[in-house]
Design a protein around this ligand. Sequence first.
Ligand code: NAD
Length: 477
Amino acid sequence: MAQMIVGGKAREAGSRARTEIRNPANGEVVDTVPRGDAPDADAAVEAAAAAFPAWARTAPHQRAALLQKGAALIGAHAAELATLLTREQGKPLRESSLEISRFSDILRYYAGLADKLRGEQVPLAERGKFGLVVRQPIGVCAAIVPWNYPVHLMGSKIAPALIAGNTVVVKPASTTPLTAIRCVELLNEAGLPPGVLNVVTGPGGTVGEALLTHPLVRKIAFTGETATGRHVMAVAAHEIKRVTLELGGSDAMIVCDDADLDAAAAATVINRFWNAGQTCIATKRLFVFDAVADEFLAKLVGRVERLKVGDGLAKDTRMGPLHTARQRDEVEAMVADAVARGAQVLTGGARPDDPACAQGHFYLPTVLERVDPQSRIAREECFGPALPVFRVADLDEAIARANDSPYGLGSSVWTADLARAQEAAARLEAGYTWVNAVQIDYDELPFGGYKQSGYGKERGTEALDYYTESKSIVMAT
Ligand code: NAD
């Protein structure tokens, strides 16, 4: 039975209550986890605060060596972790394997930066004095993680936090705590001192809220819905806690009339249907030039219809179930709303009739045309496998419609014309623009949304700015 990890030790919830974690593909109980409460979160914060002074003083190369050792242990357990991730989250095994290897990669990436975190010596006008700027860790960081990438998004928080000398309390999403707990166990086994990395489980409204309000938590790294992020920011404001917020998105993809349509169609399948569409940087609105729309849609629909839907543990599965029944019902409602407003279903638009899918939260990969721009699927974030396609006259119209959204996470453009690509990259209001490339994020590049898609950056060297305070020191000689 999975346990919380506080101060290096397994911990049951104070109330002894436990929550069942179910497999989205068939409803079976995978395991149970403690249903923690505010006192459990408080205990984890206190353990992290107690561990902070010694960890902050630990030499950077020693911190790096521990993360490297942890990455190697994760690698050695990759098959076990990937299977557990598929069973609790639903994604196909090959996606889970990739997520586990990306978790090791991000630990290694920040381990490599440990001894490169530099300050500055600054000349001052006054004689006999000189200035220094040094980087210091912030203190206890809370890492609040969603269910769509429970391991990689934990990694993008804990790796820069730990390497900069902070200690961390992780709060996984209520429905995906198991692989995260196992990863934290392995990192502790690699030698992290007790209390440096803790994990507490339980509902966001109690355990999460306790982390937001605890005075010893100095920084909150949150990934989740924009509505929750707004609340996190408001609560954090009370004690001016540092925050990074990675929130919702409604990424636009633009396919111009000079694009390689086969490559664009192949990319669209990954962009929209990877992780059953439950990716923050999924393509959620597609704008295609009128002149090539019919040809592009025929290629796209052909590819979408070849996606094998099923249990993520089956070798030939390319798209698993949605993570919860609520997610599936939400996508279904958005498609129904679009259809009621005149949208045409080019493929999908229903649950699969395969009896093997009857016990899971499955929905067919769906492409919609002639979608009313006022439909919910066009205005809100659709976190599932349904893609609305809009025909546009030219690049100006595509960019204007792409930007007509409260979100600004990612975007992509497909064209053979570099000038057009540059123009789109400059004008699209989003933290990432891919040109003729699949929407895959890189640990080496800063990641974070414009507008209501977030605040601050994760990944890249930039993330370290969000896990350190810069301190000015004046020395009189
Ligand atoms: P969510 O906001 O429901 O939950 C995210 C986390 O916050 C969970 O761990 C949850 O338990 C916790 N939480 C909930 N209420 C809380 C509270 N009051 N105080 C503290 N913590 C609380 O989001 P979700 O449904 O798990 O994730 C899907 C959303 O995440 C989508 O909108 C998606 O676009 C977004 N997302 C964004 C990124 C990004 O990098 N921008 C990446 C992945 C997912």
